[in-house]
Design a protein around this ligand. Structure first.
Ligand SMILES: C[S@@+](CC[C@H](N)C(=O)[O-])C[C@H]1O[C@@H](n2cnc3c(N)ncnc32)[C@H](O)[C@@H]1O
Length: 483
């Protein structure tokens, strides 16, 4: 889980272990610990530990100044920039606990976008603690959760429920999607879990429970999950120049927020469009490719003597663009990965599946969904029988809000490869997001996963293992059954 207990928190650790041991049926804490250390953790053990060792302190509009910065500046600017263009917004509450943070964000979005039905808004809320997530999905809260909430919000966005509690209104509830995610596993960003291309990530009051090294790794991955110019929000007590050195700190009254730096200018590609279209990296439609041609070689100004072989030349041939792009992709350098591939593609070449896959995912992770889809279309036009192309097209269409086309692409992927576990999983998520029954798709995915070794990496998943996906599905199925 990445949790670190310094000596001043050993009493918390001890208390948590006593609770976990009793829940797991052990009379003796030491016997429980021996058993946990002896073998990889089972799902039940991990959930018991998560529910006894994590801290569940949260409330609506916690750290009001941060929400003031969002409401007064960041969100209006984002919304203005997207209005009458893509009209989309992607927000992630990355340790959402019992849901107050995610619903606070949903309330703000609801207030700031009056024509919400014409927008594609994603508010993803994840946590490692399944019990917290169940409460979040139920969305019913006591007074203590409103300790800093202006009354007007409570009246406007909640309905009175039994025992003096308050239930979040359905129009706010449906804006948030809850899922299980362990931040310490670093399986994000990924189009599979929709943890990519975020405009805004809230990761508050959780990094403080990790070691500095673990926290830095998490921050690196969160940075990769943001679009260029996207915002990372941590708690004021977690602000740190060293931890967030790859971000630009931006001061607001009473809050420091971190903005993802712009990537360096893309390197010049070796071929350029002949039309006067802007020199972006938009994948051209197939029929337009003939209008593209290589740049003439640049003539040197002075003749230079042949250079001595460099160390690199002596070390062997340079990596192919695909190998280089894959490495850049794995480091989260999506713009450079895409540029490397685009610069290397000859106009009439037929790239291999890995090139298509990295290119489409690198574009999707930058939020360039239409371009990513265009490359998937080209992949499929080149090889209709590759289920991976259909799968990737589906997850991108899902993000674009075209659920019907996404569903069809998933069905094609499954037709071509009935054992395509991620396609079954994504079909389930589509059904879940549309309020349909996801049960049979989750069951299909679980059946397939039972035949896989837990450590097996699932292709196209950005690092998800079969065992972890099984845990994610089990927790989603449990959330589905939450009233
Ligand atoms: C103190 S709460 C913070 C809730 C909310 N972000 C806020 O600031 O009000 C910390 C949350 O981090 C979650 N958490 C701890 N370790 C985690 C991990 N490895 N992955 C995901 N969530 C984790 C806990 O379950 C808990 O819900």
């Amino acid at each position: 889980m990445g949790l670190h207990f310094p000596s001043e928190r050993w009493s918390d650790l001890q208390r948590g272990m006593v609770g976990a041991a009793s829940e797991l049926g052990f009379g003796e804490v030491a016997a429980c610990i021996d058993c946990l250390l002896a073998a990889p953790l089972s799902k039940a053990q991990l959930q018991a530990l998560a529910s006894h060792l994590t801290v569940g302190e949260t409330y609506f509009f916690r750290e009001q100044k941060t929400f003031d910065a969002l409401a007064g500046s960041i969100l209006p600017e984002l919304i203005h920039g997207r209005r009458r263009r893509e009209q989309s917004l992607r927000i992630w509450s990355a340790a959402c606990c019992t849901g107050e943070e995610a619903y606070s964000l949903a309330i703000l979005v609801h207030q700031l976008i009056p024509d919400l039905k014409d927008w594609r808004v994603t508010i993803l809320a994840t946590d490692i603690n399944g019990r917290f997530l169940q409460k979040a999905v139920a969305g019913v809260y006591g007074e203590w959760s409103f300790r800093e909430t202006p009354d007007a919000f409570k009246e406007r966005y909640f309905q009175r429920a039994a025992n003096g509690r308050y239930a979040i209104r359905p129009e706010i509830k449906k804006l948030v999607t809850f899922a299980s995610l362990n931040l310490a596993e670093h399986v994000f960003p990924s189009v599979t879990t929709q943890t990519n291309a975020m405009d805004l990530i809230f990761c508050r009051n959780v990094l403080m429970y990790f070691t500095p090294l673990q926290a830095r790794k998490v921050v690196d991955h969160l940075q990769n999950a943001l679009v260029e110019g996207g915002w990372l929000v941590v708690s004021p007590s977690e602000a740190s120049q060293t931890m967030f050195s790859r971000f630009v700190p931006v001061n607001f009254p009473g809050a420091i927020l971190y903005r993802k730096k712009a990537v360096p200018e893309p390197s010049r590609p070796s071929w350029i469009p002949l039309s006067d279209e802007p020199m972006g990296f938009f994948a051209p439609p197939l029929e337009a490719i003939s209008r593209w041609m290589p740049l003439p070689p640049t003539a040197p100004l002075f003749e230079t003597p042949p250079a001595l072989p460099t160390e690199q030349a002596l070390a062997g041939p340079p990596p192919t663009p695909c190998v280089l792009a894959t490495e850049l992709y794995q480091q989260g350098r999506y713009a450079e990965a895409a540029d490397t591939l685009l610069a290397s593609l000859a106009p009439h070449a037929s790239p291999d599946p890995q090139t298509y896959s990295i290119l489409a995912r690198a574009l999707a992770n930058q939020g360039k969904l239409t371009e990513a889809q265009a490359w998937c279309d080209r992949w499929i036009a080149h090889d209709k029988l590759d289920s991976s192309g259909h799968y990737l097209r589906a997850v991108i269409l899902q993000e674009l809000g075209d659920h019907e086309q996404a569903r069809r692409s998933l069905q094609r992927a499954i037709y071509l490869q009935p054992g395509h576990v991620l396609a079954h999983f994504t079909l389930a998520n589509l059904a879940r997001n549309n309020g349909d029954d996801a049960g049979k798709h989750f069951a299909n995915a679980l059946d397939l996963l039972r035949d896989c070794p837990p450590d097996e990496l699932l292709p196209e998943s950005d690092g998800l293992t079969a065992g972890r996906l099984m845990e994610i599905i089990t927790s989603l199925v449990a959330l589905e059954s939450t009233p």
